[in-house]
Design a protein around this ligand. Sequence first.
Ligand code: CA
Length: 220
Amino acid sequence: MTNRSLNLDDRLYQYLLDVSLRETPLLKRLREETAQLATARWQIAPEQGQFMALLVQLTGARRIVEVGTFTGYSALCMAQAMGEAGHLICCDIPGDYNAIALRYWREAGLGARIEQRLAPALQTLAALEAEGLAGSVDLIFIDADKVNYPAYLEHALRLVRQGGLILFDNTLWSGRVLEQQPDSADTRAIQALNLALKDDPRIDLSLLPLGDGLTLCRKR
Ligand code: CA
């Protein structure tokens, strides 16, 4: 097949990093500390963090919501990019990793820009709507439990402003989206989301083969 996305082998991927990654020493340290955890695979790729920071700058996003924060790498990337006027609300469930995120955000001097809310994200998202944030969020990054992705989409469409962005992570799911009869509820949820997004008239979209697949949705 021609005119398709490139299949990156290790050498070409390393080249991509060598010529474009501008990871700060603090981000690198956070990534390396996170790599020691049993759940290290939850962390996004560094070039994805840099891309998301660029998106924040391109869109001028000032109010951002993140669903699934883990040790805070993507939040740190976005918070650095959004400037002093920005406010980032991070939703996650309580876990040992919450403290790692806080520690790095404070070290970066960005603690005041980031609000950590520890509860099931469906509760927090409903609370944000009840607090009057509907239609006011510039960008939402969704990277939490996959079975709730379809439900997160509905919350995100209410919270995001017209023209705002909704990002879904892991939409290629290590290739498991190709399974015909998946045993995993996560896989089935991602497949259902991808199919639904394709024909959803409320959004424009692009699925980027970046990291584990990142779908960008612009609310119409
Ligand atoms: Ca992810």
